[in-house]
Write a protein that binds this ligand. Structure first.
Ligand SMILES: [Zn+2]
Length: 229
């Protein structure tokens, strides 16, 4: 029993950290966000809502600069002030914003938003356990290997989520009559933004798979759906 105590403590620690991080995230979002009030975007999200058969899509502006969109486990969708500014400047169209909202809705509908938080604390527990085990066998490199392994696993898991959310968004946008075009054009725009300002890539792209691969995946979907119509 004594041998397993450190692992048990690591698991308990991870569970407590999970609760704290959920609570912190919600408090931060509540304090720094306001409901989106933009007539044109509202018209677009109402079309998404109609396609889903729900009354409305709860979209909020989160007051931070990095270009990002996120979904809370409770179903609220957040667009950062920085992203919204690009829309107001005319750099990003309303339809392209709708494609981000549809992608984030995909994370909520497919249970990713909740699982991601779980994954995060699960990863911490796994990392701690691996560091303890590997660190004992290989003193210095063990820690490094443990970190690399958990990082690799996390990237694998989240990449799958992204393609699923893209596919969900593609279906929803098609049903709402908006189509997949804005999804693809937004990917290209964000990629260009990354290249023109070296090193400053939008957070939304960094946590996602390669742009070209995402567009190719959408093209394959379009071809498949087109053929079955
Ligand atoms: Zn995503």
């Amino acid at each position: 029993m004594l041998r397993f105590t450190p692992i048990l403590l690591a698991v308990i620690y991870a569970l407590v950290m999970y609760r704290v991080s959920v609570w912190r995230t919600h408090r931060e979002l509540d304090a720094k966000s306001t409901e989106l009030a933009d007539v044109r975007l509202k018209r677009l999200t109402d079309r998404l809502a109609a396609a889903l058969g729900v009354a409305r899509i709860p979209v909020y502006i989160y007051e931070i600069d990095p270009v990002n969109g996120l979904a809370a486990p409770d179903g609220r969708i957040f667009i950062t002030r920085g992203f919204y500014r690009k829309y107001r400047n005319g750099e990003v169209t309303g339809e392209e914003m709708a494609s981000v909202i549809a992608h984030e809705l995909g994370h909520v509908a497919l249970g990713h938003a909740r699982r991601r938080m779980l994954d995060f604390s699960g990863q911490n527990a796994l990392r701690t356990a691996l560091v303890m085990v590997l660190g004992r066998i290989i003193p210095v490199a063990g820690v490094w290997i443990a970190n690399a392994l958990t990082g690799l696993l996390a990237a694998r898991l989240s990449r799958g989520d992204e393609y699923e959310a893209d596919e969900y968004a593609a279906a929803l946008l098609t049903k709402a009559g908006i189509g997949m075009g804005p999804q693809k054009s937004l990917f290209t725009k964000l990629e260009q933004l990354t290249q023109s300002r070296a090193g400053v890539s939008p957070a939304w792209l960094m946590s996602h798979p390669k742009t070209a691969e995402r567009i190719a995946a959408l093209d394959r979907l379009e071809a498949r759906w087109g053929a079955s119509r």
